[in-house]
Design a protein around this ligand. Structure first.
Ligand code: ZN
Length: 317
């Protein structure tokens, strides 16, 4: 087994939702810049994200949802030829441009290709630097900058296509991963552990909707040390009991102290600590298999530094 994969694709940069939108292409540039400046890039195995197939997306979503997104993209392209609008608006925060559909396919494709490579032993673990993010995307609904739930689809893919029996999803984004919960709640093969600022967008998750959900709502201004204690007390025993054969991470860095999108107080060392704990779980029960996917993170400097900290632990450098 060798190394940490870094999956991305130029298509993920072409998706954009308008000037001054925080979920912007520059997020990926900030990560790349930081990896180059720190020298960490040479320790990673760079991989091109393939496109997911439509039947793969159906592992986590209703067919009509996938068809609706694809249809909106096609209609938008046609309308633009006739001088129509630049964006197809889904909600006040979420819209498609003509590159969004391809970015969606690359994002989910990255997560599944990374899953393939990690299960095959070609990579020890992998990080998918993709956008749009996924954890608010529900079975039948796009919302909150998200269209297709990359992590939920990849977790189902590991179970259905690779025959794994148990996997875990850990979500450390500042927001509740309501889309992931919608897709995986009640599936006993998947344990989902998360913490998130509450009450806060999307105003859900205070109580997990099924036994396989470990939801930790925390008030604004909760700091990293308190989060670590909760992870230790509430995530780790459940992960230990579940014995996941693979761990997926919804890596949202908007829980950083410097990120104005939310009001949690994590810093780089907290992401490194959480990553290390998840690696311990993965090594003990899952041959070290981890696939991590970018979710939020909107302060570009903090995002770059936090991804570097996360990757340094994954790559053990
Ligand atoms: Zn978020």
């Amino acid at each position: 087994m060798s190394g940490t994969g870094y999956y991305t694709h130029a298509d993920c940069r072409r998706h954009e939702m308008g000037e001054d939108h925080p979920e912007c292409p520059e997020r990926l540039d900030a990560i790349e810049d930081r990896l180059i400046a720190s020298g960490l890039d040479v320790a990673l195995t760079r991989m091109q994200a393939p496109q997911a197939s439509l039947d793969e997306l159906e592992l986590g979503h209703e067919r009509r949802h996938i068809a609706a997104l694809r249809g909106m993209s096609a209609t938008l392209a046609e309308d633009q030829l006739a001088g129509g609008p630049r964006y197809a608006v889904i909600d006040p925060d979420t819209s498609m441009n003509t590159a969004t559909w391809d970015a969606i396919l690359r994002g989910a494709g990255a997560a599944m290709a990374a899953t393939d490579a990690v299960i095959a032993g070609e990579l020890q673990n992998a990080f998918c630097a993709v956008r749009p993010p996924g954890h608010h995307a529900m079975r039948d609904k796009a919302m909150g900058f998200c269209f297709i739930n990359n992590v939920a689809v990849a977790a189902k893919y590991a179970l259905e296509r690779h025959g794994l029996k148990r996997v875990a999803i850990a979500d450390f984004d500042v927001h509740h991963g309501n889309g992931t919960e919608d897709i995986v709640a009640g599936d006993k093969r998947i344990l989902m552990v998360s913490f998130f600022q509450h009450p806060f967008y999307p105003y859900s998750g205070e109580h997990g909707s099924a036994d396989n959900m470990v939801n930790i709502p925390v008030p604004a201004y909760t700091r990293g040390m308190e989060i670590r204690e909760m992870v230790e007390m509430l995530w780790l025993p459940r992960l230990e009991a579940h014995r996941p054969e693979m761990v997926f991470i919804s890596a949202g860095f908007d829980s950083h102290r410097e990120d104005d999108m939310g009001q949690l107080g994590l810093v780089e060392s907290d992401y490194a600590w959480i990553t290390g704990k998840l690696m311990d779980v993965a090594r003990k029960h899952g041959k070290g298999r981890i696939v991590s996917c970018l979710e939020g993170g909107y302060n570009l400097s903090a995002l770059g530094r936090s991804v570097e900290a996360h990757l340094r632990v994954l790559a053990d450098v």
